[in-house]
Design a protein. Structure first.
Length: 463
């Protein structure tokens, strides 16, 4: 099926992509070949979304593409893909192809070039991704009613879903991810096929890194909760993340309140797994991400012990001092660990903590009795102006001041290792003494003077 599309939608392509697309099309067609935009970029254009990356398909063979264009990189010749460079911008141009059996549930055993665009489109996963657009004429090639599915906002496989899922065991995960990134629902037959024993067996052969990549894409969506809901409905977590348990929809929706995908991941793992760090390692997350997840976990533990009173307003001065010292230790960890990730160093922590503390407390069990403003279109949050929100906001403001002005690390002390060496301290004894001094300062930062610290050193020497 073919339609005419208003080419003004090409304005949604990030510059200078529109002019480059025209040049790619003109060059290929002037040499007797076809050229179409294809896949996700066409889908997003039709949805009115900004598009950064484009996929281009053609009947030109890789050797033809290399011959025609001045600057090329043979990035995926085994898959029929050549990267064309225009003004240093890379564009992947792929020859029409068909694919054979998928023995490893990941890659086709054999790729053969196809003679028509229709053959190429038939090998793709979902109807909404099997759309091709002629960027010169506006002709939309839609062999599988993908445009109608876009209008109906459904995710449906091309042909029998079990066949598509058996070709690549990652496709059920992609369907769930599209629930989040597109906001579509999964068509019933497509969903039911995810529950088939043979399809689930096929999914078990998918590398965990590929699953994690889809998970990250979904976490970056404005509303990641539908992805998690779909994975739970299809029982995919038991296959890919057995260390995580299904969670209530109300909790999953609370993830939508936060912008940082790492914070979302940390919050989900903290609730869904008894061992978030081990679970993060199972997902093959990077060391930097795991480090942040562990730190956020420490934040959650302190917030769970937060009794609803702002520690800056506690009448019991001793209790306030001890509570502040606990928080200063955590803030010091963030300041140290995130030092290389921006200026100021703990910027990522502040962004996440700000969202968590200012926008919601519903994930903390002992806050669950507070009045909640419920709206069907967004996650539950504390009522604005509520006493809990006010106290948490005051607490966040105190953390900001503490990070900016208070000594949180050993390097913030008014004395250093050289000072202690001059007094005869060495090795482990010196390090332990510096930590003891920091613990004292965490309770009362006003004591961070060289005079008081040296007096404390003498007291420790005599004790």
């Amino acid at each position: 099926m073919k339609h005419k599309i208003d080419l003004s939608i090409l304005k949604l392509l990030e510059k200078p992509v529109p002019s480059h697309v025209v040049e790619l099309h003109r060059t290929l067609t002037s040499h007797g070949f076809q050229c179409h935009l294809v896949g996700g970029c066409v889908r997003d254009l039709l949805l009115g979304r900004q598009v950064q990356d484009v996929d281009i398909t053609t009947d030109a063979r890789p050797e033809d593409i290399v011959r025609i264009f001045r600057r090329t990189v043979p990035t995926g010749l085994q898959h029929g893909t050549v990267t064309v460079l225009l003004d240093s911008h890379p564009y992947e141009v792929t020859t029409y192809r068909t694919e054979s059996e998928y023995t490893d549930a990941r890659r086709p055993d054999r790729i053969e070039y196809a003679s028509t665009l229709e053959e190429d489109l038939s090998r793709r996963d979902f109807t909404i991704n099997a759309l091709a657009l002629n960027p010169a004429t506006g002709e939309l090639i839609d062999e599988f009613d993908g445009q109608a599915d876009l209008e109906r906002r459904i995710i449906r496989t091309i042909g029998r879903p079990e066949d598509r899922f058996f070709e690549d065991g990652l496709r059920p995960v992609r369907a769930c991810r599209f629930r989040a990134t597109l906001g579509f629902r999964i068509e019933k037959e497509t969903h039911d096929a995810m529950l088939r024993v043979d399809v689930r067996s096929r999914m078990k052969g998918v590398a965990i890194e590929r699953f994690s990549d889809e998970l990250w894409k979904g976490l970056k969506a404005s509303h990641p909760s539908p992805m998690f809901e779909a994975m739970q409905e299809a029982d995919l977590l038991s296959i890919f993340v057995p260390c995580a348990t299904p969670q209530p929809v109300s909790f999953l929706e609370s993830l939508n309140a936060f912008a940082d995908p790492v914070f979302r991941m940390a919050l989900w793992l903290d609730r869904a797994s008894s061992e978030p760090e081990r679970c993060a390692k199972h997902l093959r997350l990077s060391g930097a991400v795991i480090k942040r997840i562990v730190l956020y976990g420490a934040l959650f533990r302190l917030l769970e012990s937060f009794d609803g009173d702002s520690i800056v307003a506690l009448e019991d001065a001793q209790k306030a001092a001890l509570e502040k010292s606990r928080w200063r230790r955590l803030l010091g960890r963030f300041k140290k660990e995130l030092r290389g990730e921006g200026d100021p160093a703990p910027a990522l922590f502040l962004e996440a903590a700000s969202a968590f503390i200012k926008e919601t407390a519903v994930t903390l069990p002992h806050f669950s009795g507070n009045p909640i403003d419920v709206d069907a279109d967004r996650p539950a949050r504390p009522q604005s102006g509520g006493i809990v929100a006010e106290r948490l906001t005051a607490h966040y403001d105190w953390m900001m001041r503490s990070l900016a002005t208070e000594p949180l690390l050993i390097t913030d002390l008014a004395i250093n290792g050289n000072d202690l060496q001059q007094l005869g301290f060495r090795g482990a004894e010196l390090g332990a003494l510096l930590q003891l001094l920091l613990d004292r300062i965490h309770i009362d930062p006003s004591l961070n003077t060289k005079e008081w610290l040296l007096e404390e050193v003498e007291r420790q020497r005599k004790s």
